[in-house]
Ligand binder design. Structure first.
Ligand SMILES: CC(C)(COP(=O)(O)OP(=O)(O)OC[C@H]1O[C@@H](n2cnc3c(N)ncnc32)[C@H](O)[C@@H]1OP(=O)(O)O)[C@@H](O)C(=O)NCCC(=O)NCCS
Length: 102
């Protein structure tokens, strides 16, 4: 119902795809997948995890910020959607801390 595709080369990783089927959204599936990956990545000498996300994709940006990603660059007109160009935010995480359950 949700999928995460990552390319890891030694200490760096790139998030290629993260998606949740429309019928299963807002159930913390994407968060859980990414959290599990990041925990393993930083536990095995991972240093930087990168991704690109459309500047218009507010929900994905919110998800990434909640997992410690922050902006490290901007790719102008990186995507084309319905004939319109969209910029991509480049984000990077360099650490992971599991949130304490209340
Ligand atoms: C972005 C996407 C992967 C989120 O998947 P999801 O499984 O529904 O997300 P989660 O339930 O794990 O949400 C985790 C956090 O993301 C943010 N978020 C997710 N959906 C949101 C929405 N509709 N509105 C606002 N924030 C949202 C919230 O911060 C949320 O935390 P919260 O539930 O505590 O508020 C999903 O909407 C999707 O597949 N979108 C289309 C593909 C896409 O944009 N992928 C990212 C490309 S870079």
């Amino acid at each position: 119902m949700a999928a995460l595709m990552v390319n890891r080369v030694q200490e760096n990783a790139d998030i290629i795809t993260l998606m949740t089927h429309a019928d299963y959204r807002r159930k913390r599936l994407a968060y859980g997948l990414l959290e599990t990956f990041l925990e393993g990545f930083f536990a095995t000498k991972g240093e930087s995890c990168f991704l690109e996300v459309s500047t218009n994709n507010k929900k994905a940006i919110s998800l990434y910020k909640s997992l410690n990603f922050s902006k490290c660059g901007l790719r102008k007109e990186y995507y084309t959607k319905l004939g319109k160009n969209e910029d991509a935010l480049v984000m990077r995480a360099t650490s992971f801390q599991k949130k304490q359950k209340m």
